[in-house]
Ligand binder design. Structure first.
Ligand code: NAG
Ligand code: NAG
Ligand code: NAG
Ligand code: NAG
Ligand code: NAG
Ligand code: NAG
Ligand code: NAG
Ligand code: NAG
Length: 436
């Protein structure tokens, strides 16, 4: 019945997805990036605001080359100056004599500064090249901030107009931002924590991620194996689309000895190793050992992109036995509780200075771990592919799993028969839900 339940739940998610039209990640339903504007002072012709970006997503971080934030001014505002970030274009400031604004565009595009800029251009939590950690991995670095001085704008909370049409690249597409909303003003504590101050006005913008908007194809796939069946279930063929098939490189190619072959491109085009799945990343889940009260899984992640190092990679996994993780070797593990009562999801990530960097494709391009799980006598089974994960995400993008009828199964199990029965029930249920 578990399969049917799961089907009903996913059918509901499916319906929710389409009825709300908003991005929704079932493993991280509250995940979002919130951009907060705190007006710290009014000026003669506008205001000075601190803009803070919090990444509340549990396992989706913003990798290099970092975020790009855009918006449209409501009136004819200009940016006099910025600290800790810059706009990519100044725009037409020819109207101005004397003081020239930093940016005169109606729809400025802002990027973070690079590490190591002079001290007077820095701002707290700025200057990380737009790289922002995920909340689950490192909440202290899940933040990015800059200061902006706005002119030709309202000079009180009655006359100020909120910017509109926020856009966020992180670094690629996928995020959709809602409208700015005035919220209760932020309180700040002084460094000695003895005095509380308050922003003059605060508004928030919330952005959510959708993999459908980000890319047409998955960017990772999953393969399976087990001690009880020698079949290795590979990633589905062309799991990540086969667009790069013509430019891929065989792992023994002489081209790989050329200098600069690994240098990333400006537009981040990958250089993939030729595989039948054509994915930049493969996650392999091996059911390794069976003890009386425990069982052991080996997880390996392999990079097939010669032009990409994945820093601070993350792996989110859903499996019913993750409520009883006993030990995780050489990765960090953190349970995620998207629905309070169901403890079946967790995130794995690398250990600092040891394996938090998944190196470019080649002999060093993989990381591995083993996980020891305690069996729950009521649910544990090797039958029906139960020992394999239900969902796998690498760096916040869902990986393609092999089709269920190809999972390694126990010799002589009645798996196929059960599967076709559950497929039948699923179809009936789907028709039922669709009509209803
Ligand atoms: C954004 O995420 C935070 C933290 O998970 C949550 O408290 C907040 O309600 C979310 N905001 C929206 C609009 O979903
Ligand atoms: C506004 O965003 C901040 C984080 O930047 C968050 O702490 C606060 O709860 C948000 N307020 C509302 C009303 O969503
Ligand atoms: C504007 O500021 C006044 C006090 O200066 C306050 O009473 C009022 O609630 C504020 N309005 C908004 C929309 O923040
Ligand atoms: C919103 O911003 C996007 C990208 O900057 C732009 O293409 C679009 O025309 C803008 N829409 C409005 C209504 O300003
Ligand atoms: C990956 O990191 C290694 C070691 O830091 C470096 O030598 C290599 O050039 C990097 N590769 C890419 C594609 O950035
Ligand atoms: C969830 O499972 C983990 C072990 O995998 C355990 O440490 C944690 O306490 C569980 N949390 C809840 C709320 O049951
Ligand atoms: C872990 O498994 C043991 C044995 O089946 C069970 O007693 C315990 O409640 C389980 N822990 C959780 C958090 O489900
Ligand atoms: C192993 O699993 C495969 C399905 O992936 C199946 O075709 C094969 O018969 C199984 N091997 C044995 C010995 O049962």
């Amino acid at each position: 019945m578990a399969a049917e339940m799961r089907f009903i739940i996913s059918a509901c998610f499916f319906l929710m997805l389409f009825s709300y039209g908003a991005a929704y990640d079932p493993l991280d339903p509250n995940g979002n990036i919130t951009i907060k504007w705190d007006i710290m002072s009014w000026t003669a012709d506008g205001y000075v605001a601190t803009v803070t970006m919090h990444n509340f997503q549990m396992y989706r971080h913003i990798i290099s080359p970092g975020w790009t934030l855009g918006w449209t001014w409501a009136k004819k505002e200009v940016i006099w100056s910025m600290v800790g970030a810059q706009t990519t274009e100044q725009g037409d400031c020819s109207k101005f004599k004397g003081n020239i604004p930093h940016c005169c565009k109606r729809n400025p595009t802002v990027v973070d500064l690079l590490p190591g800029v002079p001290y007077n251009q820095q701002y707290a939590n700025c200057c990380k090249g737009g790289v922002v950690s995920s909340w689950g991995q490192d909440p202290e670095s899940a933040i990015s901030a800059f200061q902006v001085s706005v002119g030709l704008a309202g000079t009180s909370n009655k006359t100020v107009k909120l910017p509109k049409n926020f856009t966020l690249l992180g670094p690629g597409p996928g995020y959709t931002c809602g409208p700015a909303r005035v919220v209760p003003s932020t309180n700040f504590l002084t460094a000695d924590r003895r005095r509380k101050t308050q922003a003059l006005m605060t508004w928030n913008v919330t952005c959510t991620y959708s993999q459908f908007l980000a890319r047409k194809n998955p960017s990772c796939c999953v393969s399976f194996s087990s001690f009880y069946n020698e079949t290795i279930t590979p990633c589905p063929t062309c799991a990540c689309g086969c667009q790069n098939k013509n430019s891929c490189v065989k792992s023994d190619s002489k081209i790989l000895n050329m200098v600069g072959i690994n240098t990333p491109r400006k537009d981040n085009t990958p250089l993939l190793q030729c595989t039948h799945h054509m994915c930049p990343v493969r996650v392999h889940w091996h059911v390794k050992l069976n003890y009386k009260d425990y069982w052991r899984v080996k997880i390996s992640i392999t990079n097939f992109n010669y032009r990409m190092n994945y820093t601070l990679w993350s792996l989110a996994v859903q499996h019913p036995n993750l409520n009883n993780v006993t030990q995780v070797f050489s990765f960090n593990y953190k349970p995620l509780l998207p629905y309070e009562s169901i403890n079946d999801t967790g995130m794995f990530y690398g250990m600092k200075f040891y394996n938090d960097l998944l190196m470019e494709a080649g002999p060093l391009g993989n990381v591995q771990s083993e996980v020891l799980l305690q069996k729950d006598k009521n649910t544990f089974t090797f039958k029906q592919g139960w020992a394999f994960p239900r969902k796998v995400y690498f760096n916040g993008d869902e990986c393609m799993l092999p089709p269920p009828d190809t999972y390694p199964y126990l010799p002589n199990s009645a798996y196929r028969k059960l599967l076709s029965f559950s497929t039948l029930i699923s179809v009936v249920l789907f028709v039922f839900i669709a009509i209803w």
